[in-house]
Design a protein around this ligand. Structure first.
Ligand code: FES
Length: 139
């Protein structure tokens, strides 16, 4: 009976855990060229005190026009490997198992079960900000 409370707490905690979503600045608006997709880095939404360099995360950020940005997860939806943007091919490629995504993040080929997730993006005080959250791996 004494163990029942901690065990129940361990099992039920994820259902009551708060989502860690934080807006992170990734650069000034003018530092991104219209039409280009570039890698940006930021601190993870919920870094642990001992995380060190692993607290850093990344996304692919595309400036669509003067005011519009799109941010894609850098992690493949298959097993989480970092995808690369190939500008000449207009494709995201995953080197681990050959996953390929179109420019809009939709799956083009290979094992990824889902499109590349997108993060909300906003411009605030001249900074481009991404709303970070846990890495969206499906497995
Ligand atoms: Fe990307 Fe397997 S992790 S294709």
């Amino acid at each position: 009976m004494i163990l029942a409370v901690p065990i129940a707490g361990f099992i039920l905690a994820p259902f009551f855990a708060r989502k860690h979503e934080i807006w992170r600045s990734v650069g000034k608006v003018e530092s991104f060229k219209i039409g280009e997709t570039t890698a940006v880095q930021y601190e993870d939404a919920s870094p642990l005190p001992w995380a060190g360099v692993t607290a850093r995360s990344a996304a692919w950020l595309r400036r669509v026009n003067a005011d519009t940005f799109i941010a894609f997860s850098i992690n493949c939806t298959h097993l989480g490997c970092p995808v690369r943007w190939l500008a000449k091919a207009n494709l995201f490629m995953c080197p681990c198992h050959g996953g390929v995504y179109y420019q809009n993040g939709a799956v083009a080929a290979g094992p990824p079960p889902l499109p590349l997730p997108r993060y909300p993006v906003r411009v605030k005080n001249g900074d481009v900000q991404i709303e970070t959250s846990a890495i969206p791996i499906t497995k």
